[in-house]
Design a protein around this ligand. Structure first.
Ligand SMILES: Nc1ncnc2c1ncn2[C@@H]1O[C@H](COP(=O)(O)OP(=O)(O)OP(=O)(O)O)[C@@H](O)[C@H]1O
Ligand SMILES: [Mg+2]
Length: 474
């Protein structure tokens, strides 16, 4: 390439030197005809004896043409180079265009393939949607789908029946007749991809619904909300009725316990004053008879003696019965002493050792008289149960004070029992003791915690709140 351009260069220099040589010959001819006529032959004036200044002039002219040739040849060479560069760039461009065209062709093929695949996927999704829609259409529950702009995309016949046709309304206008977005609505949660479940009462239909919200992916990649309306109005009404009847039952049983308490008091008084008094008179009379018996009536005297002893035993029983029935011991001695007295009686009756630890907690002045009687009755029943059922050897009673409540604990090391089994028993086979204890704990504003393990004993704890003003004093 380089030698080719050099050749061209020499050729140009050679061609441009030709006019210089022509000028040289012309000048020799002119010298021969005009300026140097007779001073020499033409060949002498041309080459052999050229005057010095002529050589100078002709050389300058020849040199000028040669220089011109050099200049032109350089220009041509540069043009040639530029042309070559241009050709190279053109070739490169053509190559790139060919490559790019190939790439584009491939990309178009890929795009066509993807389009085809996408169309197939869309058809499959549409098919699934149609299937889903036909399932939703036949559902017993109401279903609707709403997008993030609150535009309703679908309602099933159940929703349409309850709320009417959509008529282009937004979900809050349609379901809630409100211009504002509903404040309780879980849209934002669902649109962020989470499911939600909540209850809603519609003032339009007067019904309560259990709503289940699920995010679903639209074909354009955005999330819509699918909401299922399960009508729980009837269940709610039943629950409310049940709650009311439970409250009534609780009120009745607390009333019953209160009435029972005053009835026990009355019977205790009757026993003490009536029967106790009568027995005391009877004892006096038998003693009087015994005193007035003749010397020879030793047999009758012995009988009287036995009768007096019998009357004493009956009087003791009446006293015990009267004490058991009446919580007067609480009123007379205070709760703490009454509980100690109760554990003493318990130990004596059942031969079970009972330790009482109230950790210096003053329980006598912290509860109302009524509350103290309730606590006492709970202890009474707990002790009776231990005596009747537990076969325990030891019983521990403890009173503890916590931040805002006091707890009373009665633990035995007896045989224990299966709580579930006792709770499963039908109403008529069941005892009343545990239920009454729980009810009394509720009347105290607290609760009863019952733990029992077969072979390991039973623990009854009642936790009672300390009313304002009581906390610091315990
Ligand atoms: N400390 C205990 N040790 C072992 N079993 C117990 C204990 N306390 C309760 N039980 C069991 O729980 C059952 C229910 O007790 P609950 O006090 O409710 O009824 P009851 O004592 O059988 O009858 P009621 O108290 O009405 O006279 C008892 O029958 C007994 O099997
Ligand atoms: Mg009992």
């Amino acid at each position: 390439m380089k030698s080719r351009s050099k050749k061209t260069e020499y050729r140009v220099i050679f061609i441009s030197s030709i006019p210089g040589l022509i000028v040289w010959i012309l000048d020799a001819a002119l010298d021969y005809v005009y300026f140097y006529k007779g001073r020499g032959s033409f060949p002498e004036l041309l080459f052999l004896h050229v005057p010095v200044h002529e050589i100078y002039i002709r050389s300058v002219i020849l040199g000028f043409f040669i220089l011109f040739g050099v200049f032109i040849s350089r220009k041509i060479a540069r043009l040639k180079e530029a042309e070559d560069g241009l050709q190279k760039a053109k070739d490169k461009l053509e190559l790139r265009v060919t490559e790019r065209t190939e790439e584009l062709k491939n990309a178009v093929h890929q795009l066509e393939f993807e389009l085809h695949e996408r169309r197939k996927a869309e058809e499959a999704v549409q098919l699934e949607r149609n299937k889903l829609k036909s399932i939703l259409d036949t559902m017993q529950d109401g279903v609707y789908i709403v997008n993030q702009q609150h535009n309703i995309q679908y309602i099933n016949p159940v929703i349409e029946k309850e709320f009417g046709p959509i008529n282009g309304r937004k979900c809050h206008e349609y379901l809630n007749a409100s211009e504002e977005v509903c404040s309780r609505c879980k849209n934002q949660e669902v649109f962020s991809g989470k499911s939600a479940r909540w209850e809603w009462h519609s003032s339009r239909t007067g019904k309560t619904y259990d709503l289940s919200d699920t995010p679903i992916l639209d074909m354009d990649g955005t999330i819509s909300k699918l909401e299922i309306f399960h009508d729980i109005t009837e269940r709610k009404q039943m629950e409310d009725a049940l709650k009311i009847s439970e409250e009534q039952l609780r009120y009745l049983s607390s009333q019953l316990l209160t009435v029972q308490e005053s009835e026990r008091k009355r019977i205790s008084r009757e026993l003490h004053d009536g029967l106790g008094g009568g027995l005391a008179i009877l004892k006096l009379r038998v003693n009087f008879i015994k005193k007035n018996l003749q010397e020879d009536q030793a047999g009758l005297r012995a009988e009287c003696e036995e009768d007096v002893q019998l009357i004493d035993r009956i009087m003791e029983d009446v006293q015990r019965l009267s004490r058991d029935l009446s919580p007067s011991v609480v009123e007379d001695l205070g709760l703490s002493a009454a509980l100690r007295w109760l554990s003493g009686i318990f130990t004596r009756n059942y031969k079970i050792s009972a330790t009482f630890d109230n950790d210096g907690v003053d329980i006598d002045h912290r509860f109302s008289r009524q509350d103290q009687i309730n606590i006492y009755r709970i202890f009474q029943e707990a002790f009776t149960n231990i005596g009747k059922h537990s076969h325990a050897k030891n019983v521990t009673v403890a009173v503890e004070k916590h931040e805002d409540r006091a707890s009373f604990l009665i633990r035995d090391d007896g045989k224990g029992f299966d709580l579930n089994q006792v709770q499963r028993k039908d109403l008529f086979g069941k005892g009343l003791g545990l239920a009454t204890m729980a009810e009394r704990a509720r009347m105290l504003g607290g609760f009863l915690d019952l733990r029992s393990q077969e072979g390991k004993g039973t623990q009854v704890t009642i936790s009672v709140p300390l009313k304002a003003g009581q906390e610091g004093s315990l």
